[in-house]
Ligand binder design. Structure first.
Ligand SMILES: [Zn+2]
Length: 235
């Protein structure tokens, strides 16, 4: 079984942190979409062909990756009129999350620390460098987050836009590498204090709009305290 699912720092990935084999890379990319809520519990995935096109790989590689994710309980295949690949139901995905927390317990703090360190500086740089278009995009995605009250899909798009707004693609890519490895389960986020969740993101956008790097950095750290609470990890 592929170790990329349980231990991204050992077999399955290179020293630089990136996956090595094509199927490992596809597992990593599909898994990250589940981890970040881009694909939510109970949601139907695009077809194997569509995924192959999106990810620039073969349908055979996509199928192998999905079978591996199936073995870990993240997805299931259905036949008939609702045929295709689906993310498992919320209860089953919650079990996946607990298993993931258990097998990664020794490195979750390191993941969160790294994510917070990089992203707080991203927020500070964004406050200095974001274009008017970047700020407009962040405001639009914030509105999408509130409108999609039961979905985390727009949330990841917000953080991608924040990474872009910092004006340093290496910092942005570094943040996304970490963010893609943190399993932030939608159901636990949505069961949390949603007022605080939205307020945290609003504070980030407001500080960037006011061109205030220090406040942007603090707002990002406030948001990470929420994430830690969801993960039940104390700083
Ligand atoms: Zn967020």
């Amino acid at each position: 079984v592929n170790a990329v699912l349980t231990n991204p720092n050992q077999s399955g990935e290179s020293e630089s942190g990136g996956p090595t084999r094509a199927s490992d890379n596809t597992v990593y990319l599909l898994r990250s979409r589940i981890f970040t809520g881009q694909y939510e519990a109970g949601e139907k995935l695009p077809t194997e062909r569509q995924l192959a096109d999106q990810l620039g790989t073969s349908r055979i590689t996509v199928r192998a990756a999905l079978k591996e994710l199936e073995a870990f309980g993240f997805v299931l295949a259905r036949i008939g009129s609702r045929g295709g690949w689906w993310v498992v139901d919320p209860g089953s995905l919650a079990t996946c999350w607990r298993n993931w927390m258990h097998s990664n317990s020794h490195q979750i703090e390191a993941m969160l620390e790294c994510g917070e360190t990089i992203e707080s500086e991203i927020a500070a740089f964004a406050a200095s460098r974001a274009t008017a278009d970047d700020i407009q995009t962040l405001e639009t995605l914030l509105a999408h987050m509130k409108a999609a009250a039961s979905s985390l899909g727009p949330h990841f798009a917000f953080h991608q836009a924040l990474a872009k707004a910092c004006g340093n693609r290496y910092l942005g890519q570094s943040m996304l590498i970490v963010a893609n490895q943190i399993f932030l389960p939608s159901d636990r986020v949505m069961a949390g204090d949603m007022e605080e969740f939205y307020a945290g993101h609003e504070a980030i956008v407001a500080a960037i709009g006011d061109r205030d790097p220090e406040r942007a950095r603090e707002a990002l750290k406030r948001h990470h305290r929420f994430s830690r609470h969801v993960m039940e990890v104390e700083a």
